[in-house]
Structure formats: C-alpha cells, structure tokens
Design a protein around this ligand. Structure first.
Ligand SMILES: Nc1ncnc2c1ncn2[C@@H]1O[C@H](COP(=O)(O)OP(=O)(O)OP(=O)(O)O)[C@@H](O)[C@H]1O
Length: 276
C-alpha cells in the first residue's frame, strides 16, 4: 500500500535565515536559535511517511518543533522548504505547491485538525451544532434536516449530549470542547486527521475517554492520524510509529514499542526513564 502522506526535508525557519542556520543549531548545539543571525529553526529536514489508517506519534519537549510539522501540513504555516505528497484515492497532491484555493479545499474536505486550544478549532460565537454544520455546508450538505441529523450523529458518536447541541461550546467543559472539535473534524470523514496536544491540561479520566475515542475512530473509520504530544502515555497508547524531535530535528524514529523498550538516543532514554 502506498503511503497517504510522504514528507521529505520539511524545514521551517523563522527569521531572515543565513548559511549558518542549519549548521549551528540542533541537538548537538543545544539550541534552535542560530547564533549568527538569530533566526529560529523550528523544524529542519523532517522526513517521514504515513500509511492509510496509521497513527504516527510526534513526541518531544516544548519548542522541539512538533506543532510546526502539523501546522505546515495543515497550511496554518508555510514551510521554508521541503515537500509533502498527499495521496487521496488515485490523485497525488504536492501540498506545498498548491495555490490558496486548492489548499483550502483539502483543508475543508480531506483533512481534520484538533488543536490543544479549543479556541483555535471552534467558533465560540455559534452553537456546537453550528460548528459542525459549518463543515458540513462546505461539503455540499445543505438541507437543514440532513445537517441537523448528521451533526446529532457526530455529537452522539463523540459522547456529547445532543440536547446541548444548540449551546455555545464556550459553556462546555474542556473535555467536551475537545470532543466537539473531534466531531467537527470528522464531519467530512477525512482520511487524515492531525491532533495537536489534544489531551494536554485535561483531567486524567477525561484524557482517557478522549484517547479511547480516538482509537475507536481509527478502528471504525480507518482514519490516518498524526498525533503531536509531549506525553509518552499518549504515544504508548495511540501511535504505532513515533518520531522523537529535539531542537527542530528528528533524533529518533521507528516502531513505538521499540523506541519505548530500547531507546537509542540519550534524550529518548531520559524521556522514557522519567515516566517509569
Ligand atoms: N512565529 C514564530 N516566530 C518565531 N519563532 C517561532 C514562531 N513560531 C514558533 N516558533 C519557535 O519554533 C520552535 C518550535 O515551535 P513549535 O510550536 O513547533 O514547538 P512544539 O514542539 O510544538 O512546542 P509546544 O509543545 O510548546 O507547542 C519554538 O522554539 C518556537 O518558539
């Protein structure tokens, strides 16, 4: 089976960029800030592939570049360079060569994103059902009754009480807001979902329910996912393969079980040891 996503050499540098940026940053220099020009190397030469239906984890401490990877793939940020091929049915899209309209189409129809901060993924000015309806309307579902039925189905699927669908998600708990974000992201049945620290800051029991929901969705819908987290427990539960990032670089990658049982890099060994 061909990967649904092939990322090669993804690099994102904030600042003017100079010839030293890549040589003088990274784990061996203990910084992602270029000492010559002050640019921030958020991600450098990140490469990986993702199979249809697979969950790939991206792990690393704060500032290591995890979010940068998914933000560029979801078109929240432009990369400085690199390529990303998204295979959808029989079509291949080179994500970083698309024009704005093509990017918006993929974002609205074929990708889903769940952010750590529900403010970024939800419109608090409208109801929970309205948030889902927005996405359904983009997918040419425009009959009021059909939209309401589908929104109810999605909220039921994600364990949000349908009786609250006309309330603003602002009034919901953090866990409920995340579940509405997931319902919204799933509205278009996207083959690829990005999850950026979706359980960070939630109570452990709430986290566990959301992680279970994510696994159920993967099993039922066969959705491929990239899960960004600093939490090894999340990686252990969800991801079959994992990338470990530090100072914008991928320092270790492979099967999650192998990485957790026999980490090769000192940094990963420390991360694993700290959670034992
Ligand atoms: N707009 C920006 N301008 C300058 N630097 C930025 C900008 N956005 C991100 N960065 C820097 O890029 C680096 C990578 O950020 P990124 O958000 O990808 O890290 P992360 O691993 O996801 O961390 P966190 O979990 O804290 O979000 C960080 O050093 C961050 O400060």
């Amino acid at each position: 089976m061909k990967p649904i996503l092939d990322v090669k050499g993804l690099t994102r540098i904030h600042g003017t960029e100079c010839p030293s940026c890549l040589d003088m940053t990274g784990p061996e220099h203990n910084t992602n800030v270029c000492p010559a020009c002050g640019s921030v190397v958020a991600a450098a030469n990140v490469s990986f592939s993702l199979q249809p239906g697979e969950i790939l984890g991206i792990m690393g401490e704060s500032g290591s570049g995890k979010s940068t990877v998914v933000k560029t793939l979801y078109f929240d940020q432009a990369p400085s360079r690199g390529s990303a091929i998204f295979r959808d049915d029989d079509q291949s899209h080179e994500l970083f060569n698309l024009n704005g309209a093509e990017q918006r189409w993929l974002r609205n129809h074929r990708f889903g994103m769940v952010y750590q901060n529900p403010n970024l993924g939800l419109n608090f000015g409208i109801s929970a059902g309205g948030n889902i309806a927005e996405r359904l309307l983009m997918n040419d579902l425009n009959h009021y009754g059909d939209i309401r039925r589908r929104a109810s189905e999605l909220l039921t699927r994600t364990d949000v009480m349908v009786s609250r669908m006309d309330e603003s998600p602002k009034q919901f708990s953090g866990g409920m807001q995340q579940r509405v974000q997931i319902a919204k992201a799933l509205a278009t049945r996207p083959p690829l979902l990005y999850l950026d620290e979706v359980t960070t800051g939630l109570d452990l029991s709430v986290q566990a329910r959301i992680l279970d929901l994510i696994l159920e969705i993967q099993h039922e819908l066969g959705t491929a996912m990239i899960v960004v987290t600093h939490d090894l427990g999340v990686i252990r539960l969800l991801a079959s393969r994992t990338l470990v990032m530090k100072y914008g670089r991928v320092i270790e990658s492979g099967l999650t079980d192998q990485i957790l049982e026999d980490p090769q890099q000192a940094y990963t060994q420390q991360l694993v040891a700290s959670t034992l």
